[in-house]
Ligand binder design. Structure first.
Ligand SMILES: [Zn+2]
Length: 171
């Protein structure tokens, strides 16, 4: 690509560079669920057909995309923006956990589904968020037939749909 660009007029190269910068800056986060979105509120949050009483909590936007592919889930999402990891200096306050608690209380959410892959960080996060939300709502965890450390995004649609269907209440 670099060699090809060298042969182009400079104005054209500048226009291309500007287009790339624009594309990058236009993508932000949904102010409600923190999923990647070019709009202030993402299309999932805006969809009237989605059940606002059910929230699926995931680590990042890739998990939203993976779960959407199953076409099984009709609720809404909340993206944490990572996992609690003391080793990497990531505590609950660095994640979108405060806004999640606020949202559950405000919307009177009926069920929060924790869809976080099993790993040390994933289990810590699931436990922390689960304990935090249990006084306010029903909290379930999706049933993983996945190996430890298996990522949601690498699971096929059927496995994910089954995991969602087989979710259990967190104790
Ligand atoms: Zn959203």
């Amino acid at each position: 690509m670099a060699l090809h660009l060298l042969k182009r007029p400079e104005t054209e190269v500048q226009a291309l560079a500007q287009a790339l910068v624009d594309a990058k800056t236009q993508i932000g986060y949904c102010s409600v669920c923190f999923h990647l979105s070019a709009e202030p509120i993402c299309s999932i949050c805006r969809a009237p057909s989605r059940d606002p009483q059910t929230l699926c909590v995931v680590a990042d936007s890739r998990d939203v995309i993976a779960l959407e592919k199953t076409r099984e889930y009709r609720g809404k999402y909340h993206v944490l923006g990572g996992l609690i990891s003391p080793m990497d200096g990531i505590g609950p306050e660095q994640l979108n956990i405060g806004p999640l608690v606020h949202r559950v209380n405000k919307d009177k959410t009926q069920e929060v589904i924790l869809a976080i892959s099993p790993s040390i960080e994933g289990d810590t996060t699931t436990l922390y968020v689960g304990q935090l939300l249990k006084p306010f709502t029903k909290v379930t965890r999706i049933a993983f037939g996945l190996p430890m450390g298996g990522d949601l995004e690498y699971a096929d649609e059927v496995t994910l749909a089954r995991a969602l269907e087989g979710r259990r209440e967190l104790t």
